[in-house]
Write a protein that binds this ligand. Structure first.
Ligand SMILES: [Zn+2]
Length: 113
């Protein structure tokens, strides 16, 4: 399961950072999931419960921000919102669409105590 290993590495990173800062506990972890990243938010939330159990991140709030997908057409140069990786411009119907946002999954913020 893709989300499990992703979440595992986020939890490890967060704990590493918290230890470096001599924190006692992690209060929250925020990640951004792009609509085109293929990462399933629900699966990630579940994975977080599993991965954080017994660690200093156990009681942390796990926040997921959804980033919409965006593409730019190389033909008509219009930008449009994308929900899937179709690469078809919804405006002119051509296939020369480049993705400009929404493909990434990022660990963006955390709060520690
Ligand atoms: Zn177009």
């Amino acid at each position: 399961m893709h989300e499990l290993s992703l979440t595992q590495s986020i939890v490890e990173l967060a704990i590493e950072h918290a230890n470096r800062e001599k924190a006692v506990t992690i209060r929250s972890i925020t990640v951004e999931i792009g609509a085109l990243s293929g990462v399933v938010a629900d699966a990630m939330e579940f994975a977080f419960d599993v991965c954080s159990k017994g660690t200093m991140a156990e009681s942390a709030r796990f926040e997921i921000r959804h980033i919409p997908g965006r593409g730019r057409c190389l033909e008509c140069h219009e930008e449009s919102e994308l929900e899937t990786l179709t690469h078809i411009c919804p405006l002119c119907g051509c296939l020369a669409l480049e993705t400009i946002e929404g493909q990434e999954m990022k660990f963006t913020e955390m709060e520690i105590d």
